[in-house]
Design a binder for this molecule. Structure first.
Ligand SMILES: [Zn+2]
Length: 166
């Protein structure tokens, strides 16, 4: 156990340039910038309380991936830790997701001491509907076809004159 205020042994053991001493907000922008510059390789830091945070841009999907973890007991592969430790981990994960802007990212792996998250796919931009007759921007109306205001007005007139003509 580390005493309150004491640095975690994993933090102390890390190379100085891998130790993160600034805010989590700054970690977010630094990781993103460095991950883009690293062209697919992982960039990572160790935080004073012993957590590892790594990011890369997957070269195939071009989506960012985030790895958050700590090396604690039990070692990797051991059965899940107790309820209290799981709750603590869940809170830590939530905190990192929030500070690193990864709340909407998909959790693809979580073994209660490390987790992998993948950036959510951006929704395809929806093309605005266009008028079936003239191609200008249309609004959803009462007709089967999507029509712009001008064409809808014209259709309405044609229909009413057709009705009055019979
Ligand atoms: Zn039209």
């Amino acid at each position: 156990m580390t005493e309150r205020g004491a640095t975690h042994p994993h933090f102390a053991a890390a190379a100085p340039e891998r130790r993160w001493t600034k805010s989590l907000g700054e970690l977010k922008s630094t990781l993103r910038q460095e991950a883009f510059a690293a062209r697919g390789r992982w960039v990572w830091y160790v935080l004073p309380h012993g957590a590892f945070v790594a990011m890369r841009v997957n070269p195939e999907t071009m989506r960012k991936e985030l790895r958050i973890g700590r090396r604690t007991h039990p070692p990797l592969g051991a059965p899940p830790v107790d309820e209290q430790a799981r709750a603590k981990w869940a809170l830590e994960l939530k905190t990192f997701r929030s500070y690193l802007g990864a709340e909407s990212w998909r959790l693809v792996e979580d073994n209660y001491q490390s987790a992998v998250l993948v950036e959510a796919a951006r929704p395809e931009p929806q093309a605005p509907p266009s008028c079936a007759r003239c191609g200008r921007p249309a609004e959803a109306g009462p007709y089967k076809e999507q029509l712009c205001n001008a064409c809808a007005l014209e259709l309405g007139r044609a229909e009413s004159s057709a009705r009055s003509g019979t």
